[in-house]
Design a protein around this ligand. Structure first.
Ligand SMILES: [Zn+2]
Length: 203
């Protein structure tokens, strides 16, 4: 089922490069849907403050579409191979239907007990983000969902991990420090800001 998304208002006087975000969810009352929207809003306000153009636009929320099953399988294959695919290697191919789907970032609120991750859609600039169910998301169990999703969206925007234990792009993260952020977003580092500028500042 395809539901109309909530488009963000156009930014006056600015040609925002929009990244269309499609969210696949098991149900409209899934508890990860609200934190997903908070994470999108976090990135939009961060990018706006930096005067950088990309905006993450919620294009659609898809509930139980035929594509969902393929995406669940894809997520499982990627998750099984996690750590065994090194940068530059292709890994499992994305389902063919995903290439036909409109959108730039596809977020699967998975029914599976996998650890959340972000992975490019094959050799395109599009991203596939899988968010596992909370119960078995052991490593990130201590990290509130809005921070997990914002972290994965950070990858989709081009950021990599850093070794600061309580930064948004931390890996490993120190859970004791992250518990201080139940309602807030973890901070970005100076390197993250520099990377965003490098990626998105105009000439
Ligand atoms: Zn990560």
């Amino acid at each position: 089922m395809l539901l109309a998304g909530q488009a963000l208002p156009a930014l006056a006087g600015e040609t925002a490069a929009e990244r269309q975000v499609v969210i696949f969810t098991p149900a409209l009352d899934d508890e990860r849907l609200a934190p997903t929207r908070e994470a999108l809003a976090f990135w939009n306000s961060t990018l706006a403050q930096l005067r950088l153009s990309p905006r993450l636009v919620e294009a659609a929320v898809v509930v139980e579409s035929p594509l969902t099953r393929s995406l669940e399988n894809h997520a499982q294959r990627l998750w099984r191979q996690a750590g065994r695919i090194s940068a530059g290697e292709t890994g499992p191919r994305a389902p063919r239907e995903l290439h036909d789907e409109e959108g730039d970032i596809f977020i699967l609120l998975s029914r599976q007990h996998l650890m959340s991750f972000a992975w490019p859609v094959d050799d395109t600039e599009r991203y596939f983000v899988a968010i596992g169910t909370r119960s078995e998301d052991r490593v990130k169990q201590a990290v509130p969902t809005h921070n997990v999703i914002a972290h994965e969206l950070g990858h989709a925007l081009g950021l990599t991990h850093n070794n600061q234990p309580a930064a948004l792009m931390c890996s490993p993260c120190r859970s004791a420090l992250i518990k201080e952020y139940p309602h807030r977003f973890l901070p970005l580092t100076a390197l993250d800001y520099a990377r965003l500028q490098e990626l998105y500042a105009g000439p």
